[in-house]
Design a protein around this ligand. Structure first.
Ligand SMILES: [Zn+2]
Length: 105
């Protein structure tokens, strides 16, 4: 099940929406995951299926971009997990970037 999430930084107010996970019929080909482009430093919504081994991207499902999620939710999509709170903000580089579900598709 794919989801649309809203990302919001509590520190600098950087905000964006992104898609997470494939839909029921296309998850073998398309599985969008939020990532940081290491070259530009920008937040991108990248297809994990085709780009998971691309060294250009750090995915928010990787430990490196995760801070302390406490007892908050984990968004699971097959083997992938995203933390709800305290992810690394691409803008201010603090662990204050929170993800909230907008809708399922
Ligand atoms: Zn920020």
């Amino acid at each position: 099940m794919g989801q649309i999430l809203n990302a919001n930084c509590r520190n600098c107010n950087f905000e964006t929406d992104f898609n997470y996970g494939g839909g029921r019929f296309n998850y073998h080909e398309n599985c969008p995951v939020p990532a940081i482009n290491k070259e530009t430093g920008y937040f991108e919504n990248v297809n994990y299926i085709t780009e998971k081994n691309n060294p250009l991207y750090l995915f928010y499902t990787d430990k490196q971009l995760k801070g302390d999620n406490g007892n908050n939710n984990v968004y699971q999509n097959f083997t992938l997990e995203l933390n709800q709170t305290n992810n690394l903000c691409p803008n201010c580089k603090q662990y204050s970037f929170d993800f909230a579900i907008n809708m399922f598709y």
